[in-house]
Every structure is written in C-alpha cells, then in structure tokens.
Design a binder for this molecule. Structure first.
Ligand SMILES: Cc1ncc(COP(=O)(O)O)c(C=O)c1O
Length: 371
C-alpha cells in the first residue's frame, strides 16, 4: 500500500460544475468567479476578494499596489517559498531576510524590529504550515514603524489568530490554490483586503491596468488603460472548482484537526522527533515533524512508498539567486537553517485513511527503534 503526500478533495459533483461551466462556453469572466470570490470573503470575513492566477500573482500585485519601487526594502522570512521574496524583487525593491522562530517556523518579531530602516516600506509574513504568526506583535511593529503588512497566506485557508482569519491583519492576504493546498483550483489564488482603494488598484493590475470591467463599459469594447497591468485572471471553470471546495472546507478542516491530534498522540513517545503543536486555529496545510537523521528517514519513507515533503530544504537567502545578489554569510539565519535540515511534512488531507496514518507512524517508530 502506497500513501500519497497529498490528494485534492474533488468529488463528482465538483467535476459536474466544472464540466457544465466549460460546456456553457463562458470560460472566463463568468458567474463562478464572482460566486467564488463572495464565498471566500464570507469564509475569511474579509470585505473584498479577488481571484487571481496564483498566490505569486496576488503577492506581486499587492507589492505594486502599495507602491513599492527600486530602493525600497521589504522584510520577509528567511524560511519560505521563493514566491514570497520574488514578489518583492519583481518591483525593483529589495527583499531583506529575517530569521525565524525555530519552533513555529514563523518570522521572529524581535529580529524584524532589528532590520527596520528608513527604507523599509513593508513586511511580508508567512503562516508556516497553517500556524499563525503572532499577529498581535507583528501588527504592533507595523503600526509603530508605519510600514505596510502583507500576509502570504499560501498555507492558511482556515488559519486564525484570535478569532480573526489570516489575511485580515494588514493591507492584503494572498492565498494559494496549488494542488497540494487545503483547497485547489489546479493553479490559482485569492487576494483579500479590507481597503477599498487598495482593492481597486489590485483589481486593475490583475487585468492589464484596464479601468472598467466588461459589465461596466458603457460602449462595447471601449475602455482605457491606466497602469502597466498583467493578465492574472483565474478561469471560470477553475473558479467553479474553487467554489465547490470552499463550500465543503469547514468539514475538511475538522478532519485535518482530528488527524493532527492522532499524529500528536501517536508520536509523542518518540524522543528523536518533535511535532508542530496542536491548535484549532491552525489549518494544517501539512503536519510537520522535526527530526534527527532527517535524510535517512526520508529514504525510509521512500522505500515504504509513503509520500512526504519538505517545507523548505534551503533558506531563501542561500538560494543561488539571492546568495549571489546579497552575499549573506553562512552562519546567518541559524534557525532557518536548522528548520531546513530537520523538517518533514507529513500527509494530512481529509481522505487519509487510518490504515495509511498507522503505516506512517509505524515507519517512524521502527526507524527510531521503538518497534
Ligand atoms: C509560502 C508560499 N508562498 C507563496 C507560494 C506560491 O503559491 P502559488 O504557487 O499559488 O503561486 C507558495 C507555494 O507553495 C508558498 O508555499
């Protein structure tokens, strides 16, 4: 029996809506796009929402909409997907990396404070594996230093801090619907914001910088172009899939919580590993463990045909592009380095069976000599 690392939760009913949308011939700018945006804003309790072609696109237009340009600095975590820092660099601004907290994997607010200069325009945080950053501390820093806050919510559909859904703490929240994520549209993403002016700017940048939507145009085909925008639209059949996914997500989130509890209960006796903590506010994009002899354990999972992943194996400042550009010293970012060397992301999707979970747990127990 092999175990997949991730399995999108796509039912026949979901496929029916995708199929009927494609058959209708109305493949983009359609009603599923607005319905998905509406349903997502209901779920996150945000005022405005915009479907986009990826989380990277959402991050990019967020960076442009706050007016980033050459010479500006934006603080980002040293441990993330490269989309977080790339979005900053696309604008000509400079990504300033900051170390993480080695237990949560999230950016360390104390380290953020040390890196703020006159050039700092914004901070981007990532809620690693769906576990929220300390948004109380983060918000305070941003308000006191008068810098904008962007949340990279690529792991965070269902993540809360206090009673507030991730994505609502700063100027924007950027979500990803890549296939391994909690909900998926293949590729795709959503930008949420509570600021009307920001929403208007981001909406224009998402579609070529055009001033009017198709249904706002008084004369057919007549529009003006106000900015150097992009084509970052999501198709209507992808939105149909997203709409179906978000509608059933509350139930799926419960299943993720129950699987996280099972992992924690069954792994707590293994001294050689530590696990991410349990919280109903965490959306468990993956279930992360941190272990000694990580690479040997990875080999064992491979032998047993158990799909796992690593988030992430190299701190961003040590990726060639950034290493060449900024020449950080090897002994910088020691917690991000430790995290990169020790983490494994285990499967935690709703259709993961008990027998599959047992196989994963037994593999770990056996590897460390507990069975
Ligand atoms: C933290 C983080 N940010 C951004 C992205 C980019 O998301 P997308 O593939 O939707 O552009 C990812 C992708 O997995 C991610 O993990």
């Amino acid at each position: 029996m092999s175990v997949k690392f991730s399995k999108p939760n796509i039912s026949n009913a979901d496929l029916e809506l995708v199929k009927s949308t494609i058959k209708s011939g109305w493949l983009t700018h359609g009603k599923n796009t607005s319905l998905f945006e509406k349903e997502f804003r209901k779920f996150t309790n945000s005022k405005y929402s915009l479907t986009v072609s990826s989380c990277t696109a959402a991050l990019h237009i967020s960076c442009l909409s706050i007016g980033l340009e050459k010479g500006d600095e934006v603080i980002v975590p040293a441990m993330s997907h490269t989309a977080t820092s790339h979005a900053v660099e696309y604008t000509g601004a400079k990504a300033i990396f900051v170390d993480i907290n080695s237990i949560t994997g999230n950016i360390n607010p104390e380290e953020v404070k040390k890196k703020i200069t006159k050039k700092t325009k914004a901070l981007i945080v990532v809620h690693m594996a769906g576990l929220s950053c300390d948004m109380g501390k983060i918000k305070k820093i941003c308000i006191n230093s008068k810098i904008k806050l962007i949340e990279d919510c690529a792991h965070s559909v269902g993540t809360k801090f206090g009673s507030t859904h991730a994505g609502n703490f700063g100027i924007s929240g950027c979500f990803s619907f890549y296939p391994t994520k909690q909900i998926t549209t293949g590729e795709g993403g959503m930008l949420v914001t509570n600021d009307y002016n920001f929403y208007k700017k981001a909406k224009r940048l998402k579609a070529f910088g055009i001033d009017k939507d198709i249904n706002q145009r008084k004369k057919q085909g007549k529009y003006d172009v106000l900015n150097l925008g992009f084509n970052y639209r999501l198709t209507d059949f992808q939105s149909a899939l997203g709409l179906k996914q978000i509608k059933k997500y509350k139930k799926n989130l419960k299943k993720r919580h129950s699987l996280a509890k099972k992992y924690l209960k069954n792994l707590k006796h293994i001294k050689e590993i530590s696990c991410m903590p349990f919280s109903y506010k965490c959306s468990y994009f993956v279930f992360q463990i941190f272990c000694k002899k990580r690479d040997e354990l990875l080999q064992e999972f491979k032998k047993k045909k158990i799909g796992v992943s690593i988030h992430y194996a190299t701190p961003l400042p040590f990726m060639t592009y950034y290493k060449k550009k900024y020449r950080y010293k090897k002994n910088n970012f020691k917690f991000a380095k430790k995290y990169a060397d020790q983490n494994i992301s285990l499967p935690i999707y709703p259709s993961l069976k008990n027998i599959e979970l047992s196989k994963i747990i037994k593999t770990i127990e056996k590897f460390y000599g507990y069975k």
